[in-house]
Design a binder for this molecule. Structure first.
Ligand code: SAH
Ligand code: SF4
Ligand code: F3S
Length: 469
């Protein structure tokens, strides 16, 4: 397995922070505003927190109004065509804001622009965009922005595949209760439909000491939920010589004093082992939730997807994790309509779903990604045919999710209250297995663990009352 990791020196990161200070001190305009808009996964959310951290160090305050922003950064996702279309719609609309505010700087970053054809399209068709940079170039955003500011030239900085590991970029976190903690970046799996290995490059892990230091400071700042992020967290550490596995990392974070919970995503079934399940069981702070993407239940399709497991192996893994943690919450991702997926193949997926009975599921219709092996496979079935499967999958899963939620009624569960609902006076929270809970209560409860007696539910959420002590 190939690894490519390039550690960016602290001196180089300091230079970026010096540039931030220079920009901050170099302007007399006291009210400078920036907007960072994020598409895509949690890893992208975490990247945006770093971009905001840099912008904050440059003296920018954040705004939601694209007409008043001096700098706009759009952090993009390439995983499906739909996400890309939304981004193009958004960038297109920014020609109006730039007309009204000609000095405005527009940057587009993230996975989409790491693809050459997208960067070219932006170059040709979206002249309002001043700066383009891939995920691996994020660490030198201050330097890139400064060059655009001083030369007013357009800059296109796509990574060359170096696989950077960077420490010391400030974060401006978007939540006060829940925090993302990226433990690794990139992916080595090359599932045949997926663009991520091409946009995020090869797997590289952060050093355990750096992760532990960040986790400790999050706990000290009062964060109650830390989500460890990686495209496949189970291969954490393979590129390092320190011999710390992901399961050991969970144990080390669990040992940090404080009242908080640990979540993680995502686990690839080919690399999920008993060592992980044992750590999940032993660690009282680790949520009893496993997101284990199945993608498809037909062995023929799994092979074509290059997933490296069979339905049988997947099901034995589910049995194993339930041996360790009988009431584990299981969630999954399913792709419907992979090239050549027949009715029979789809029925295999339905069989696995009925056997596992997931608590929740994320379902996607296959989206062709240029440059991936699946893009060259014959894809004879129409969108309408795929939609029929998709609708049936959703119907069955909705029934199972509701049935599973009904099992909570009458039980008292520990909930981390994490925010307000759109409904007046209602708070939201998550159970230890990550299920959404709505309850009425005082806003002062946000950020605390509270017992909730579950009284009602639907497919997506539980509803209950704060339990009297
Ligand atoms: N690394 C993670 C998730 C990556 S993307 C993992 O392996 O689980 C999140 C989900 O998007 C995937 O699990 C998959 O279900 C879906 N996905 C990825 N590429 C896709 C494509 N080309 N079309 C449709 N769905 C896709
Ligand atoms: Fe994509 Fe597969 Fe890697 Fe997940 S494991 S990011 S689906 S290539
Ligand atoms: Fe999208 Fe890149 Fe994440 S493609 S899902 S933003 S890793």
């Amino acid at each position: 397995m190939s690894y490519k990791r390039t550690e960016i020196s602290q001196e180089d990161v300091k230079k970026q922070l010096d540039i931030c200070r220079e920009i901050k001190e170099g302007t007399h305009d006291s009210k400078r505003l920036a907007l960072v808009d994020t598409f895509g996964c949690q890893q992208n959310e975490e990247d945006s927190e770093k971009i905001r951290g840099y912008l904050d160090a440059m003296g920018y305050a954040m705004t939601d109004d694209e007409f008043e922003a001096d700098v706009i950064v759009i952090n993009t996702c390439a995983v499906r065509e739909h996400a890309e279309m939304r981004v193009f719609g958004n960038i297109g609309a920014l020609s109006h804001t730039k007309k009204k505010k000609p000095g405005q700087i527009i940057a587009v970053c993230g996975c989409m622009v790491q693809q050459e054809h997208i960067a070219e399209k932006i170059k040709k068709s979206f002249p309002q965009v001043d700066l383009v940079f891939g995920p691996d170039e994020l660490w030198r955003f201050p330097e890139l922005l400064k060059t655009v500011m001083s030369t007013r030239r357009r800059i296109f900085a796509r990574g060359k595949g170096d696989g950077c590991v960077v420490e010391g970029i400030p974060h401006m976190r978007s939540d006060k209760v829940k925090a993302w903690l990226s433990v690794m970046n990139g992916c080595n799996n090359f599932c045949s439909y997926c663009i991520v290995p091409y946009t995020r490059f090869r797997e590289r892990s952060r050093r355990p000491d750096d992760i532990l230091e960040e986790a400790r400071s999050l706990v000290a700042e009062g964060y109650k939920e830390i989500t460890l992020l990686g495209q496949n967290v189970n291969s954490y550490g393979r590129d390092l010589n320190c011999r710390v596995s992901f399961a050991q990392l969970i144990r080390m974070i669990n040992d940090i004093d404080g009242d908080f919970v640990i979540r993680f995503m995502t686990s690839h079934p080919k690399d999920a082992h008993e060592e992980l399940f044992a750590a999940m069981k032993d660690c009282e702070k680790c949520e009893k939730h496993l997101h284990l993407p199945l993608q498809a239940g037909s062995d023929r399709i799994l092979k074509a997807m290059n997933r490296c497991y069979t339905a049988e192996k997947y099901l034995s893994l589910v049995d194993k994790v339930r041996e360790y943690i009988p009431d584990i919450v299981l969630t999954t991702d399913i792709i419907v309509g992979f090239p050549g997926e027949t009715d029979e193949d789809f029925e295999e997926t339905m069989k696995v779903i009925e056997k596992v009975r997931y608590d929740a599921m994320f379902t996607f219709i296959y989206s062709k990604r240029e440059g991936t092996p699946a893009a060259k496979m014959p894809d004879p079935f129409t969108r309408e045919q795929k939609q029929v499967h998709f609708d049936r999958l959703l119907e069955v899963q909705n029934r199972i999710s509701e049935e599973k939620h009904r099992e909570y009624i009458g039980k008292t569960v520990r909930v981390l209250i994490d925010g307000r609902d759109r409904e007046e006076g209602v708070l939201t929270g998550r159970t230890i297995g990550g299920r959404l809970v709505r309850t009425t209560g005082d806003e002062s409860l946000i950020g605390s663990f509270t017992d909730v007696l579950i009284k009602d539910c639907n497919t997506w959420a539980l509803r209950g009352d704060i339990a009297r002590k």
